[in-house]
Design a protein around this ligand. Structure first.
Ligand code: SF4
Length: 230
């Protein structure tokens, strides 16, 4: 039964963070169900985590209370905790007891939802992996870029960083998004299989050199391709 404290969870698994600032860290991944975008440009299914976005898969999502999630986290903690999805900030108020209780939390977000840092100040210690979607996501600009939300996170949560999925379609759009924000920028190759990843990796490598951005590989795709829960 859905309660006000219930969060739809697509999967929970312990693995190695495969991309971005904390790449290589042993981490507990909590993947929520539901997203406010669909990203039709990313694969034949749209988003590469389609089973956590497409409502067709809703029956596989488990409604969990925050206390049940805390019990799961305590089985693995101390390790990094990754709230991912889907879009975890859809439920950010409900996650707050976890944010207050644990350290080393990353929230992987499309950064379209404004966080109320005054009311929920513990979010200032969270690292937001701001994966703002680019035109290669297939989403409209007005849906995928919320500059107010981006600036608010950058101002309040100083451990945060940008994480962009790129291929040769990317032009100057990253510069538009990062303007006036001083946070690390990671770019990683688009692709949901090892082959696709390798096809875009050289371009990404050279793009990072040219713009002085950090290159991030995607360890889980390189090692396991489309396998879930790794
Ligand atoms: S924002 Fe992320 S989770 Fe949502 S549809 Fe796009 S890629 Fe998938």
């Amino acid at each position: 039964m859905m309660t006000s404290k219930s969060i739809p969870i697509s999967e929970i698994f312990y693995s190695i963070q495969g991309e971005g600032k904390y790449s290589g860290h042993p981490s507990l991944f909590i993947r929520v169900g539901g997203c406010n975008l669909t990203c039709p440009g990313f694969s034949s299914h749209g988003c590469d985590s389609f089973y956590a976005v497409d409502k067709k898969y809703k029956s596989s999502w488990k409604m969990m209370s925050v206390n049940e999630l805390i019990v799961e986290i305590e089985k693995y903690y101390p390790c990094d905790i990754i709230l991912t999805g889907g879009e975890p900030t859809l439920y950010y108020q409900k996650f707050y007891p976890i944010i207050e209780k644990f350290k080393n939390i990353t929230i992987e977000t499309n950064t379209t939802i404004d966080i109320d840092f005054d009311k929920y100040p513990a979010f200032k210690d969270v690292s937001f992996a701001m994966s703002v979607k680019l035109s290669n996501s297939g989403e409209e600009y007005s849906k995928r870029v919320n500059k107010k939300a981006i600036k608010n996170i950058a101002k309040n949560a100083k451990k945060s960083f940008f994480k962009f999925v790129i291929n040769s379609d990317v032009n100057s759009e990253i510069e538009d998004i990062i303007k006036e924000i001083n946070l690390p920028i990671y770019c990683m190759p688009l692709g949901e299989t090892k082959g696709e990843l390798e096809k875009n990796a050289i371009f990404t490598f050279e793009f990072c050199l040219k713009h002085n951005y950090f290159y991030s590989d995607r360890i889980h795709i390189r090692l396991f391709s489309k396998k879930k829960g790794v």
